[in-house]
Design a protein around this ligand. Structure first.
Ligand code: HEM
Ligand SMILES: [Cu+2]
Length: 638
């Protein structure tokens, strides 16, 4: 790819922008949304694998009664880190990876609105994960569960915490929790703002809101949820940090704090968070099902509005996580009702997906198998969710394996199956190569069977009274068989992912050439080359209908439907000879300042843990990075 020669506007060489867009070093300075998407995917998949290994350790411990494979302390750290990793560093950023790569391509744009902010978001996310995991070496990982109920997590008294100046080791561990999630929240906020502005401002000419692909709609709703949910947990984490580190008292009732405050704040964030995890999968499914059924999406408007409704209603149901707290019958009844209502828009989507397949010419390729698997597994998880909403049932089920079964059907059966459908679907666009179908199908069946073996029996275990978060259980409770089955299922899932990794490594270079539009798809990203050029489109498409690309292929030879050449990058008309269009399109140059700014942040966090000097050092690095960023010459002028 030729880039034009540009002179920086200011002299100082410190401010000269890096130019390389290929090679190893370019990954550290890239601001191309596609490369950032790939970085997000690779990193999130590594964390996801780590979370998976933790899950296997947990399941190994639980495979038979009275096991001593792990200590209680290790078990507590592992299930906490497993939950945190899967949610904040695995599944959520896998959604971000898809947003980053696909959003500009699907709306006919050349990049996101703020490319360097996008890079910042990635680096902060990476450092947040490394920071959280560094706790393992520095005394112990958080061990209070992913929702870390205060004040239980700030009490205690033991040596490690005292050497760090805290009341206990427990509280030092929870400092890692608080600071790690605050960092991760900064990354989410940055990308949420970026995606919202990109969607609202950078759609191709003619792409009205109601002509956007459903995946873009779900990106928008997810981003809005992130924008409002992160500050809520941010405040709670800040309070937790002050309680632990600086003698404040928000949560400890012995000193006059409120023990239920944390739960309200956590779940006011935490419930929207589960929709942040599942909505990207809803978007993916809504793209995959029509393509492989060779029919338009059934009920586009209903799918979009039910997505928006979920985005609003998700804020009104948080106390369904707190029925057993003792909020009283009025609160419990109100939240039971609101929870049952939110099942309505979710059900509407399921009916629309089924309607899309109904009467279609279904092609059972790997993406479609995962999409159908997602609809089926998510439906099971949704149904057990409705049973939680019935308060007397909830009293019976809460803190048992029934809940663990439920949320894995939703988050794994829904979100992960959906993400896998998207991966197999878009891989040819990203790499220009097809994935191996045989390995893909093997992955699917291993995962589907393993998943149901792993999590199906947990419904039974839960109803038999097996509590969650126990490191072991005695013989003779009638729990042995189902626990063994669940463990076997867990290993089967891991085997499935091994096949997936082999498939990716094999197909990356050796897959069959994909061409631009291998699935005969409907959305704009398939109208450019595979992989897309740095600037995405030589000609910015003009959109006249929903499914415009499909209509252009099939509906008409109407010349007004050929894509319109739009002047590029502010430099006047694009070159007349099509071969050289790229020459006139200016993409912003790479930059190392997002990395610098992000690098200061974990140092500040270590400062809160160890010594205030590091807060200052990290602060200076971050501010220097931001100044360099602001002063960096633009690359636009010649
Ligand atoms: C995307 C995939 C997954 C997600 C999002 C996920 C999420 C979670 C969450 C949030 C928790 C709760 C932690 C807590 O109670 O504080 C958890 C616990 C657990 N998960 Fe997963 N998980 C996933 C995959 C798996 C897999 C593949 C397995 C096993 C084969 C597994 C087994 C477990 C176990 C054994 C627990 C501990 C339950 C307890 O101690 O109460 N998870 N998971
Ligand atoms: Cu909830």
């Amino acid at each position: 790819m030729t880039t034009t020669q540009e002179q920086p506007t200011t002299g100082g060489s410190a401010f000269r922008r890096p130019k390389a867009t290929t090679g190893f070093g370019s990954w550290f300075t890239t601001i191309d949304h596609k490369k950032i998407g790939i970085l997000y995917f690779a990193t999130a998949f590594l964390f996801f694998s780590l979370g998976g290994i933790e899950a296997l350790l947990l399941r190994t411990q639980l495979s038979s009664p009275d096991m001593a494979f792990l200590t209680r302390d290790q078990y507590n750290q592992l299930f906490t880190m497993h939950g945190l990793t899967m949610i904040f560093f695995g599944v959520m950023p896998l959604g971000s990876a898809a947003f980053n790569y696909l959003l500009p391509l699907m709306i006919g744009a050349r990049d996101v609105a703020f490319p360097r902010l996008n890079a910042l978001s990635y680096w902060v996310f990476l450092f947040a994960g490394i920071f959280l995991y560094s706790s393992v070496l520095l005394g112990g990982a958080p061990d209070g569960g992913w929702f870390a109920y205060a004040p239980l997590n700030v009490l205690g008294g033991d040596p490690l915490g005292e050497t760090l100046g805290f009341a206990s080791e427990q509280s030092a561990r929870m400092m890692f929790y608080s600071l790690g999630l605050q960092l991760a929240g900064i990354a989410s906020l940055a990308s949420a703002v970026n995606f919202i502005v990109t969607i609202l401002n950078m759609r191709a000419p003619g792409m009205t809101l109601m002509r956007m692909p459903v995946f873009i709609w779900m990106t928008l709703v997810t981003s809005v949820l992130m924008l409002f949910a992160m500050p809520v947990i941010g405040v709670a984490l800040w309070q937790l940090m002050f309680d632990i580190g600086y003698g404040a008292n928000f949560f400890n009732p012995a000193l006059g704090g409120d023990p239920v405050l944390w739960q309200h704040m956590f779940w006011l964030f935490g419930h929207p968070e589960v929709y942040i995890i599942i909505l990207p999968a809803f978007g993916i499914i809504s793209e995959v099902l029509p393509v492989f059924s060779r029919k338009p999406l059934f009920g586009y408007t209903a799918i979009v509005f039910s997505g928006i409704a979920i985005g609003f209603m998700g804020w009104g149901v948080w106390a369904h996580h707190m029925f057993a707290v003792g909020l009283g019958p009025v609160a419990n009844a109100a939240f039971a009702l609101s929870t049952m209502f939110i099942a309505v828009p979710t059900g509407i989507k399921i009916f629309n997906w089924l309607g899309t397949m109904w009467g279609g010419q279904i092609r059972f390729r790997t993406p479609m198998l995962f999409a159908i698997g997602m609809v089926a597994m998510f439906t099971i998880g949704g149904l057990s969710g409705v049973t939680h909403a019935i308060v007397p049932h909830n009293y019976q089920q809460t803190d048992t394996y029934y809940v663990v079964a439920h949320f894995h059907y939703v988050m794994f059966g829904g979100a992960v199956f959906g993400l896998m459908a998207g991966f197999y679907y878009w891989f040819p666009k990203v790499k220009g190569r097809m994935m191996d179908e045989r390995l893909g199908k093997l992955h699917f069946w291993l995962m589907l069977v393993g998943f149901n073996l792993a999590f199906g029996p947990m419904h039974v275990l839960g109803l038999q009274g097996m509590p969650r978060r126990v490191a072991t259980y005695p013989d003779g409770m009638g729990w042995n068989l189902w626990n063994l089955v669940a463990t076997v299922g867990g290993y089967m899932i891991a085997l499935g992912f091994l096949v997936f990794v082999i498939n990716v490594l094999k197909s990356r270079k050796g897959g069959l050439p994909a061409g631009d539009d291998p699935w005969d798809a409907r959305t704009l990203e398939w109208s450019t080359t595979s992989p897309p050029p740095v600037h995405n489109f030589n000609e910015v498409p003009v959109v006249r209908t929903r499914d415009d690309f499909w209509n252009r292929k099939y509906a008409s030879g109407d010349p007004s439907r050929t894509p319109l050449r739009v002047p590029s990058g502010g430099s006047g008309e694009a070159g007349a000879d099509a071969g050289d269009v790229a020459h006139d399109i200016h993409m912003p140059d790479p930059s190392y300042y997002p990395l610098v700014a992000a690098f200061g942040m974990p140092i500040m966090a270590y400062g809160v843990l160890f010594t205030p000097i590091l807060i200052a050092v990290g602060g200076v690095i971050t501010i220097a990075g931001l100044f360099g960023w602001a002063l960096e010459p633009s690359a636009e002028e010649h």
